[in-house]
Design a protein around this ligand. Structure first.
Ligand code: GLN
Length: 252
């Protein structure tokens, strides 16, 4: 809507992808394209801005997308985010945000940097990120969405964990994979902000999540939108998930 945050239908949904060159691991920049596609297919106009290091982050976007990154690019992104308030101001003013993996850690109250030091995050999620005990979490994830009960599918590759504070709720409950590494939870949500460890890109693999973010941005429910290719992809990914628990989710 670029200019206001009322729940009135915005004329154009402003999507801002934050530092895709630094935070675009495993195709995370595709989250912007996915949400734009699902809006435009319903006749909802959008603008998509990819902000690169050195550019100011606009404050008037409706939906901010922050991807994952290796430790060093994450540190570089953290420095940039500390130096400019665009993302923080927009989210504090009510914009939506999806933050994936390194993005989740950067939005948390604190996280552990590549040198092992505890660093302050932006504090936009009531989440504390440390290190997972044991090996790095790598592989397919299947979780049940706490938003709508759908199967949340994705790919994880991280050493960070996530402990939710009282203001944050889990995004999902893990059936396959590690997710946050505690209580079988995956990700966090707080108001219009969602954090997740899932790549995929997560909004391609999970159209229901893309639609939830979009509905928040436009301020009303959306007409259903079937996409046969995405459904095929989801069936294929669920078949690839190895355990009984996943099979149960597939049936339910
Ligand atoms: N470097 C962070 C970790 O290992 C984030 C990795 C990622 O974004 N995939 O936890």
């Amino acid at each position: 809507m670029l200019g206001g945050r009322s729940p009135v239908r915005p004329e154009r949904v402003g999507i801002v992808v934050v530092y895709p060159r630094l935070l675009g691991l495993y195709g995370d920049r595709g989250n912007g394209i996915a949400v734009q596609h699902r809006a435009e297919a319903r006749g909802i106009p959008t603008s998509l801005v990819e902000v690169e290091p050195g550019d100011p982050i606009p404050e008037q976007g409706d939906l901010y997308l922050v991807g994952g990154g290796e430790d060093r690019s994450m540190t570089a992104a953290a420095r940039l985010l500390d130096a400019q308030a665009g993302l923080r101001r927009a989210v504090e003013a009510g914009a939506g945000c999806l933050a994936v993996c390194a993005g989740l850690q950067l939005l948390a109250r604190e996280y552990v940097g590549h040198d092992g030091s505890v660093r302050p995050g932006l504090g936009l999620l009531d989440v504390t990120c440390g290190r997972l005990p044991g090996p790095r979490a790598v592989g397919e994830v299947v979780a049940r969405s706490e938003i709508d009960g759908s199967a949340l599918l994705g790919f994880e590759n991280h050493q960070g964990d996530a402990v939710l504070g009282p203001l944050a709720r889990p995004l999902g409950v893990v059936a396959v994979g590690r997710g946050n590494g505690h209580d079988r939870l995956e990700g966090a949500r707080q108001g219009r902000v969602i954090g997740t460890y899932l790549h995929g890109p997560v909004l391609v693999r999970n159209p229901a999540l893309a639609d939830w973010l979009l509905a928040q941005a436009v301020g009303h429910d959306l007409a259903p939108l079937a996409d046969a290719r995405v459904e095929r992809l989801r069936r294929e990914r669920l078949r690839a998930a190895p355990t009984l628990r996943a099979r149960r989710l597939r049936r339910g």
